[in-house]
Design a protein around this ligand. Structure first.
Ligand code: A2P
Length: 313
């Protein structure tokens, strides 16, 4: 798997990561087995978040992989976790990452992200999240907490997720350490061209989550794999529709988080190198009708939203 260089933190990241946000949560043994299988398949980048409730399972799987010698040292892995909105306050950021590190049995994460661009008025430990109030984020003070995580060596890189260009402008105007990346819902049916151009111009890398649209989940529903255009391209190239979608994301200069608990599909999803989509195929995909499906509310349930965060995306 190729690596991307992240400008603001002088580190590299494998362009494909394995997601662990299964919800409803799978049982710990299944989750652990899937992570070990992914390591065997060649995945070295894993994505979790405090609120997924998957940090412990990932931590146990990493410890097991080291015991089994599937990886020789911790440094061969790239681990991302995220600050949940309940802890989006200056003095709660370092305690929150320390809690995540204990869950993960790690001394540092490779990337720590602000999970959502607002504060949530209740402390939660996992999904589903009870109804609560969403408040604007005091980005200056929260980012100081994130920068402290990097200074303390608890996170090698820091970044954000679900941020609009306006929110990034605010952040860039105060950041001493700029965000390394912005993790966003992105796939052929939600391409985010303007926001990606903005990020590129500012040196912020983009990582796509739900690259297959998370179809069939409770919160998502972009039927990427049902796209006739992608299916036809897949057939003509002897690839699967999922591979076409993932390869398209990669050819946009974007890294991606795929998710599968199935060995065959894990292998398929990592096998998107050594071939490419043509200009005509890229052009055809760029004209697909667009719609966004994932919002904080669709994942977490209805909330007293005092802030409209999806408008600018
Ligand atoms: P499974 O774990 O059974 O493979 P997204 O990354 O957009 O959230 O999509 C993840 C979903 O897509 C999972 O439910 C996963 O199911 C399924 N999936 C992952 N890879 C493939 C693939 N190559 N072909 C079909 N479905 C896939």
């Amino acid at each position: 798997v190729p690596e991307v260089t992240l400008i603001s933190c002088d580190t590299t990241m494998p362009v494909i990561g394995m997601g662990t946000s299964s919800y409803p949560k799978v049982d710990p043994e299944t989750a652990k087995a899937a992570i070990l299988e992914a390591i065997r398949a060649g995945y070295r980048h894993f994505d979790t978040a405090f609120v997924y409730g998957s940090e412990q399972d990932l931590g146990e799987a990493i410890a097991e992989a080291l015991r089994l010698g599937l990886v020789k040292s911790r440094s061969e892995l790239f681990i991302t976790t995220k600050l949940f909105a309940s802890f989006a306050e200056r003095e709660l950021v370092v305690p929150a990452i320390n809690k995540s590190l204990r869950n993960l049995q790690l001394e540092y994460v490779d990337m720590y992200l602000i999970h959502w661009p607002f504060k949530f008025g209740k402390v939660v430990s996992s999904m589903p999240v009870e109804k609560g109030v969403l408040l604007p984020l005091d980005i200056k003070s929260v980012w100081e907490g994130m920068e402290e995580c990097k200074r303390l060596g608890l996170a090698r890189g820091i970044g954000v997720s679900n941020f609009t260009s306006e929110m990034l402008e605010d952040l860039l105007s105060i950041a001493k350490i700029p965000p390394a990346l912005n993790q966003l819902e992105m796939n052929p049916l939600w391409q985010l061209k303007k926001l990606r151009e903005f990020c590129k111009a500012k040196g912020i890398h983009v990582t796509a989550y739900s690259p297959l649209g998370s179809s069939g989940t409770k919160f998502g529903g972009n039927n990427v794999l049902g796209s006739k255009v992608l299916q036809d391209i897949a057939e003509s190239k002897g690839k699967t529709t999922a591979q076409i979608a993932l390869r398209w994301v990669y050819q946009q200069g974007v890294s991606l988080i795929t998710k599968s608990v199935n060995k065959e599909r894990m292998n398929q999803n990592i096998d998107i190198f050594g071939w490419s989509l043509t200009e005509e195929e890229l052009d055809e995909i760029s004209r697909l009708p667009q719609h966004k499906t994932i919002t904080f509310a669709s994942i977490m349930g209805p909330h007293d939203v005092v802030l409209q965060i999806d408008a600018g995306l």
